[in-house]
Design a protein around this ligand. Structure first.
Ligand SMILES: Cc1cc2nc3c(=O)[nH]c(=O)nc-3n(C[C@H](O)[C@H](O)[C@H](O)COP(=O)(O)OP(=O)(O)OC[C@H]3O[C@@H](n4cnc5c(N)ncnc54)[C@H](O)[C@@H]3O)c2cc1C
Ligand code: SF4
Length: 292
């Protein structure tokens, strides 16, 4: 546990009943933000969301992180909640996140050790959703994480950290802790968007991180990540592939010119393509101008 803003409410609801709790917040060696030109940015896992929001180097180089961290919960929670806790956040489900009194009248679901799922009837796995706000931004930035235990450390891409199953959401080992997040040097534009029912404190219905670099008016490299829609954050690789090497200004015209209006299947496909272009243009228009 670090800030305790998520694990403590879960314990009060009796959703999790840990035998022991290890507090890592006071490990000040894990509380830092360092940037080295040509290398990238390193953030210690016990750094608070507030410290990231106030970091001048992150404001200047990775503004997408400021947008993402600023949308987590409330001021009070951002003051104590940490980046490590956000990356390791448990998945959410409207059934699982009820308290133990509510659960007294029902059989447990998979995530509580039972044999069924209330969301997907006759389902065989748990579909609780991954919702952490900083994660799509970090994956869009191609972040890597460092995990340590008494026998050493390992470094993996953040996008490989999540399992796609709502019961055990990431592949951290029992004796490991998350030590550091590393973001390589990048260039281009980046944007974070979150849609939630309420503007104030609320988990995302969907949140998105996009990074894109352009060359000669064409999309050179793009990473689009959505969260809040499945048990793991998802990269939209088909859309990325479609947009790569495309001249976003010319595409819609070309699609319309080549269209056979009698062919309903072609019309459907064209409409999907145009929708993608409009979405990405919309994101670009709202993008913070750089992460470099
Ligand atoms: C009312 C409310 C609203 C919220 N709204 C949002 C929101 O809008 N968006 C959002 O993303 N989150 C939200 N949260 C969740 C949470 O507050 C944040 O995700 C926060 O960043 C968690 O950080 P923490 O340090 O408090 O984590 P903790 O509660 O301490 O830990 C969370 C989990 O991460 C694990 N963990 C923590 N640090 C490490 C580490 N270094 N190594 C290994 N495992 C670790 C813990 O074991 C635990 O499983 C909300 C919480 C509340 C109570
Ligand atoms: S999605 Fe997961 S947490 Fe939600 S009811 Fe199904 S098994 Fe339980």
């Amino acid at each position: 546990m670090t800030g305790g803003t998520d694990i403590l409410p879960s314990m009060k609801r009796k959703s999790v009943k840990p035998k022991y709790i290890v507090g890592v917040k006071k490990l000040t060696d894990m509380r830092y933000i360092t940037y080295k030109k040509g290398d990238g940015l390193r953030i210690g896992a016990t750094t608070t969301l507030r410290e990231i929001i106030e970091s001048e180097v992150i404001k200047d180089r990775y503004p997408i992180m400021i947008d993402a961290c600023s949308r987590v919960a409330s001021n009070q929670i951002r003051n104590v909640g940490t980046i490590g806790g956000n990356i390791c956040l448990d998945n959410r489900c409207m059934y699982y996140n009820q308290d133990h009194i509510w659960w007294k009248s029902r059989e447990d679901c998979f995530k509580r050790g039972g044999k069924q799922c209330y969301v997907v009837k006759r389902g065989k796995s748990c579909w609780a959703l991954s919702m952490a706000d900083t994660v799509p931004a970090f994956i869009a930035l191609d972040a890597r994480i460092k995990l340590i235990n008494s026998s050493g450390e390992r470094e993996i891409k953040l996008e490989d950290f999540y399992t796609g199953e709502g019961r055990s959401v990431n592949n951290i080992k029992e004796d490991e802790i998350l030590m550091e997040i590393f973001i390589p040097e990048g260039n281009g534009i980046s944007v974070f968007k979150k849609y939630a029912v309420r503007g104030a404190i609320d988990f995302a219905i969907v949140n998105t991180g996009v990074t894109m670099s352009m060359s000669d008016g064409k999309c050179k490299d793009i990473r689009i990540v959505v969260n809040g829609v499945s048990p793991s954050p998802e990269r939209l690789k088909d859309t990325e592939e479609f947009l790569k090497d495309n001249n976003l200004s010319e595409d819609i015209k070309q699609i319309l010119d080549s269209l056979d209006v009698e062919d309903t299947e072609a019309l459907q496909k064209a409409s999907e393509k145009i929708q993608k272009i409009i979405e990405i243009r919309h994101l670009s228009n709202h993008a913070t101008p750089k992460h470099q």
